[in-house]
Design a protein around this ligand. Sequence first.
Ligand code: GTP
Length: 411
Amino acid sequence: MQAIDPATLMLAAAMTGFLSGAFSLMAAKAFAGVGASARDWGHGTLTLGCAALLWFLTPPLPHWVGFVLGNSMVVLTPVFLLRAIYCYEGDRLHKTTTSLMLALGLGSIFSAQWAEAPTTLAVAGIALAHLMFSVLGGWRLYWQGRRSGSVYCLVIFMVLVIVGLATLARLMVLLFGEGAAAVAPVANSKTQIAAIAVITLLVIAGTFGFLGMVAERSRALILENANRDALTGVLTRGAFYEQAERLLSKTEAPLVLLMLDIDHFKRINDTHGHPTGDAVIRHAARLIQRNSRTNDLVGRYGGEEFCVLLPSCGLVEGRRIAERFVQEAAQQPARVASGEPLPWTLSVGYVAAVKTEGKNELFRLDTLIAAADAALYEAKRQGRNRAIQASQAELDSLVRQHARLPAGQQA
Ligand SMILES: Nc1nc2c(ncn2[C@@H]2O[C@H](COP(=O)(O)OP(=O)(O)OP(=O)(O)O)[C@@H](O)[C@H]2O)c(=O)[nH]1
C-alpha cells in the first residue's frame, strides 16, 4: 500500500469541506422552511475547508497564517454547526454560548500568538470550544432522535459522540502526553494522518446526516402545508376527513363532533366587503383553535363553516365545549381594517358517539357529520348564537338510512 502524504490528505480534507459546504448551501435553497439551518451547516463546513486549505498552504505562507487564521476558522466551525442544530429546532443559539466558545478558542489562539502564552493553551482553548459543541449539539440531537426516531439523526448524533470522545482524548494527550507538538494539525505522524482521515469522514457523515434530517423535516412541512387551509391554517376538508376516518377506525373511546357556522355571514360580506369577511373567518378559526386541545381535529368544512372532532370526550364535556365556543364568539368581536370591533356570533350543532358492542353505525364519519349538521340547522332555525345537540330521532333516522344502504356502500 502506498504511504499517504499528510499534506495531500489535508488538501483532500479542504476539498471535502468545500464540497459539503456547497451541497449544504444548495440544499438551503431547495428545502423549504428549514433552509436557514442547512445554510449554517454549510458555513460551518466551509470554514473547516478554509482551515484545512490554510494549513495545507503553511508553508509557503508564513506560520502565523496557518496558526492564527486556520485555527480561528476551526473555532468558527463548531459555532456555525451548533447554530445549525439549534436553528433546525426553530431555536436560536444563545449569545452567551457563542461568546464563550469564541472567547475560549480565539482568546487562546491570540494570546499564544501575541502574548507569548504557550501553544498548549491555544490547543486546549480550541479543544474546549469543540467539547462544548459536541456536548450541547449531542444533547439536542439525542432528544431530537428520541422524538423522531430518524436514522439521519442517529448518524449525526454518533458523529458528535466521536467528536466529543476524540476531543477529550486530545485534551488528555495535551495534559499528560507529548504536549502541543503531538496535536498540531500537520505533523508527519501516523496519528495525525489517521486524525485528518477520520475528521474528513466525519464531515462527510455529519453532512449526510444533517442534510438527511433537513430533507425529512422539509418533506414533513410540505405535507403539513398541503393539509392546511390557506386562509385559516386549520385542516382542509379533505385532510379533516382523512384524519377523522383514521381516528374513528382506531378509537374505542367516546367522542364528540361539532359543526360550527358563522351567523349571517353573507351580511358581513355585503356590508363590510370580502376582505373583512375573510378576516372574520380567520378570527373564528383562531378562536376555535385556541379553545381546542392538541389532539382535537379542527377543519374548515367550507366557506364560513368549521368542523371539530373531540376524541376521548363524552357528551357533558362536548356540550360544555360547544357552549364555550358560542360564548367566546359573542364576547370577542373581530377587528375590521380600521381597527373597529365587529360583533359576530356562532351557531353550533354537535353529536356525541359511544362505541358499543355490535352497534357501531354512529362511528361513521358521514353519519356524525349529517347528525351535527342537522343540529346546526336547528340552531339556526331557533335564532342562531346557540349550541344544539343532535336529537335522538335524527340519529335513529340516520342509522336506519345507513342500514338500508347496499352492503358495498356501508363503511
Ligand atoms: N369573505 C368570504 N366569504 C365567503 C367565503 N366562502 C364563502 N363565503 C360567503 O359566505 C356566505 C355564506 O352565506 P350563507 O350560506 O347564506 O349563510 P349566512 O349568511 O352565514 O347565513 P346563516 O348561516 O343562515 O346565518 C356567502 O355569501 C359566500 O359567498 C370566503 O372564503 N371568504
